[in-house]
Structures are given as structure tokens and as C-alpha cells.
Design a binder for this molecule. Structure first.
Ligand code: ADP
Length: 450
């Protein structure tokens, strides 16, 4: 394939995308920002595009006009946004479309609609998805929120319609604190997303977070590749993910998967996508939101299905038909992903920056490592602290936990602290082994220090 792909991202995901793009014979291009001019991802690409001198102070991956300008200058055919940055920015996707560059993802309209949670929920309900009891749309003020909360009962959660990354959310335990929480959720939403719309939902006190991986082409063919269990979260940030989930049986998996596919089809979805559900203690599940990009945790799905999701994202963007059929998707064994963040788990997970003197990752035929660093790499304060993901496959869940613990033992790093010791503590716990943990577990048990 004689085409040029620009990866508008950095770190491990840039390298991951380069690998799939090379499989397809594409010429891979990346951008060199001056925030990390010697980053490892640059070594993997065929072409390195430097940023303009006058832009060296900003983060290029957040600048749609400049990325498109560079892409046009270098005759780029397609752009993969990775995750984070502009990956769910409808204006960026539209700008690519207007300039004749293929955006690897769904259309800007789909990104726009799924990016506003109240719209996504409305569309999901129309496709038959169950929703957590809550307001149909945005709530105008704290008084209306109070009246609404009285009808569904406390606790409730206030959420920013345009929110993401766990921001703009507030849990309200009682009517007296509604005013304060409404104001702070609103202020945070305006500051972070430029949109102060807030909606309200019943707050589930012991839920699990499950998400279904979807692949769809431009011709209406959609399949799901099973679920991921993402309840191991610290302050709404995922730390360890598994596929499949021990919290649902095969019948529920089939029901949820069918609903996810039906919803994606009903909105004309194409590309890779993730449909997030919240699972209540009594086994009921509800649609939460849809992410229109590749997720950090996509490798656990790849490990148990053998499907290269990024390769398919690219093929679909090029107009290919999705040749995979639902009945061909088999979930084989178990996979666990541990995120390696340069944070100090013994000091409130404070981000660590500076030189990695030496780093050693585990090896083995059931182990996959996705990383953007090596010996002497510099971890800067400009980007998030995840430097690697260690993904392990096992025959079943117990085997996978044992193998993951062994793999983590092989990991070593000097120069910076990481979340690996924390992951080991979690994997050794009874709650993890028995799969009883919920999204609130880490924050309630490991309140400050490990
Ligand atoms: P974001 O887009 O910011 O990641 P989500 O809507 O995906 O926000 O929610 C993030 C997390 O917040 C979920 O994984 C879950 O832990 C928690 N959460 C969201 N809605 C509820 C709810 N109604 N009840 C309890 N927890 C919730």
C-alpha cells in the first residue's frame, strides 16, 4: 500500500500504531515536538516531521490546524489520532475530512454526538439500552437538581455532559450539599470543557465498570469482541484491566454484546469504538457512554481474540469491508493489563519525572509489553505518567493472575518510582483473586499510602 500515515500522538501508542501500519505496508510519519525531542517513538517511524520553530513552546498534539498543515505539507493520506489529545475532537476530524485527509476513526458527527453524554444517552435509550435513573438532559440549576434528586433518592452523581477523564463529576449525598457541589461541578466543566451542562444520575454505591469493544465498517456490518473489566480504578483512572470479566456469565455477555452492536448499528457507527456499561450489585447493567477512539486497554481484547484492532481501524478507514463475523470471534483464555505509571504509590501517587537510568521489562511467550521508554529515556512533566503497559495472557483467570505476578517480578527500573509494586499488592489481594472488587475499592482501601 503506497500511502502515508501520520500518527498524531506520542509514547507507547505511537509505537503501537506504527507496528500495525507497517504490517499494512504504509509509510509511517510522526511529529517531533520539542517537549521530548529524543523520545523513543521517533526511532520507530519512517519519517520524522519537526514542528515549526515558533511553535516549540506548545504541545503540538493539541493543535489541530498545525497538525493538518504539517500533514498537507508532507502529502499525508491519513491521520491516526491515538487516544487522548485530539482523538475525540470532532473539529479535528472535520478539519481532516475538509482537507481530504482520512481521519482514522468515525465521522466528526458521530464523535460530536457521542462526546455529549446526554445526547449519547438519548440515542442509546432509543436503541433499547437501559439507562441509570437520571435526568433526560442538562439540569439548569441546583434547585432543579434538588427536586430531581428527591424523585430518584440520594446519593446522586452530577456529571458534566461534555466531561471525560473523570472530571466534572460530583457525588452528592444529601440535599444540603447540592448547591455547593452543583457550583463546583459547573465551574470545573466550564473550565475543562468550555461547556457547563450538568446532568444528574442515581449514584450506584458498589458498581463495576464493564466495556464492550466494537468494530464496524462503513457498510453497516458491526461486531463486538467481548468485554473488558475496568473496575480497578484510582480516582476514576483505570489501573489494571482484564478481559473477559469475571462479573458476568456467558448469557449476560451475549445480551450485552447484542445491545452494544444494535446501538452501534442504529447510529451508523464505523471504526473501533467502546461502549461503557455500569454494572450494579444486583446484576443490572446500564449504558454509561461511548468512546469513539482506541482505548488504552485495547490489548487485553487483542490477547483473547487474536484480532489486531488498530489494523482494522486503518482498514476500515480505507474503506475495506470488515471481514470478521460475530460467530468467528472466540474469547480464548484470560488477559490482564497493568499500567506502569511513573508515580510514587507510597507518596499519594505523586508523578515522578526525570531520567530513567535503567529499565527492564518482562519477556515470555504469553507476555506483551507496550512501552514508549527505554534506558536513559526522560519522563517529562508535560504528558501523562503512563510509560508502559504489561499485558499477560493465561489459560484462565487464576493462571493469568499467577503469570502476571511472575511477569511483574521480572520488571525492574532505576531512577524513577512506578506503580508496579502497587499492581503487585492488588494482584495478591483476596478481592482481586475473587473478583469482588468494585470501582470504589482502591479509593476506600488505599486511601493515601500503599
Ligand atoms: P468519564 O467520561 O469522565 O470517564 P464516565 O461516565 O465514564 O466518565 O464515568 C467514570 C467513572 O465514574 C466510572 O467508571 C464509574 O467508576 C464512575 N461512575 C459514573 N457514573 C456513575 C454512577 N451513576 N454511579 C456510580 N459511579 C459512577
Amino acid at each position: 500500500m503506497n500511502k502515508k500515515i501520520l500518527i498524531a500522538n506520542r509514547g507507547e501508542i505511537a509505537i503501537r500504531i506504527i507496528r500495525s501500519a507497517k504490517k499494512l505496508g504504509l509509510t509511517t510519519c510522526v511529529i517531533q515536538g520539542n517537549r521530548e525531542p529524543d523520545a523513543m517513538y521517533l526511532e520507530y517511524a519512517d519519517v520524522i516531521i519537526p514542528v515549526r520553530e515558533n511553535l516549540t513552546g506548545s504541545i503540538i498534539f493539541l493543535n489541530p490546524e498545525e497538525i493538518v498543515r504539517l500533514a498537507l505539507e508532507h502529502q499525508i493520506d491519513m491521520i491516526h489520532p491515538g487516544y487522548g489529545f485530539l482523538s475525540e475532537n470532532p473539529d479535528f476530524a472535520a478539519l481532516c475530512e475538509q482537507n481530504g485527509i482520512t481521519f482514522i476513526g468515525p465521522s466528526s458527527d458521530l464523535i460530536q454526538n457521542m462526546g455529549i453524554k446526554t445526547i449519547a444517552k438519548k440515542m442509546a435509550a432509543e436503541a433499547g439500552m437501559p439507562l441509570v435513573p437520571g435526568s433526560a438532559g442538562a439540569i439548569t440549576d441546583a434547585q432543579v437538581a434538588k427536586e430531581f434528586a428527591d424523585t430518584i433518592g440520594y446519593p446522586v452523581i452530577l456529571k458534566a455532559s461534555a466531561g471525560g477523564g473523570g472530571r466534572g463529576m460530583r457525588i452528592v449525598e444529601k440535599a444540603e450539599t447540592m448547591e455547593r457541589h452543583f457550583k463546583s461541578a459547573y465551574d470545573e466543566a466550564v473550565a475543562a470543557f468550555g461547556n457547563g451542562d450538568i446532568f444528574i444520575e442515581k449514584y450506584l454505591t458498589n458498581p463495576k465498570h464493564l466495556e464492550f469493544q466494537i468494530l464496524g465498517d462503513r457498510y453497516g456490518h458491526v461486531i463486538h469482541l467481548g468485554e473488558r473489566e475496568c473496575s480497578l480504578q484510582r480516582k476514576h483512572q483505570k489501573l489494571i484491566e482484564e478481559a473477559p470479566s469475571a462479573s458476568i456469565d456467558s448469557k449476560t455477555r451475549e445480551q450485552m454484546g447484542k445491545l452494544a452492536v444494535k446501538f452501534a448499528q442504529s447510529i451508523g457507527y464505523y471504526s473501533a469504538g467502546t461502549i461503557e456499561f455500569i454494572l450494579d450489585e444486583d446484576g443490572s447493567y446500564y449504558f454509561m457512554e461511548m468512546n469513539t477512539r482506541i482505548q488504552v486497554e485495547h490489548p487485553v481484547t487483542e490477547m483473547i481474540t487474536g484480532v489486531d484492532l488498530i489494523e482494522w481501524q486503518i482498514r476500515i478507514a480505507l474503506g475495506e469491508k470488515l471481514r470478521l463475523k460475530q460467530k468467528e470471534i472466540r474469547l480464548n483464555g484470560w488477559a490482564i493489563e497493568c499500567r506502569v505509571n511513573t508515580e510514587d504509590p507510597q507518596n499519594r501517587f505523586t508523578p515522578q519525572t526525570g531520567f530513567i537510568e535503567r529499565v527492564f521489562f518482562p519477556h515470555g511467550d504469553h507476555i506483551r509489553v507496550e512501552t514508549g521508554v527505554k534506558d536513559f529515556s526522560v519522563v517529562t512533566p508535560y504528558f501523562d505518567s503512563m510509560i508502559a503497559k504489561i499485558i499477560v495472557h493465561g489459560e484462565n483467570r487464576d493462571d493469568c493472575i499467577d503469570k502476571t505476578l511472575n511477569a511483574l517480578k521480572e520488571f525492574s527500573i532505576s531512577g524513577l518510582k512506578t506503580t508496579v509494586p502497587f499492581c503487585r499488592t492488588v494482584l495478591r489481594s483476596k478481592e482481586f483473586r475473587e473478583a469482588t472488587y468494585t470501582t470504589h475499592w482502591i479509593d476506600s482501601v488505599f486511601t493515601t499510602d500503599m
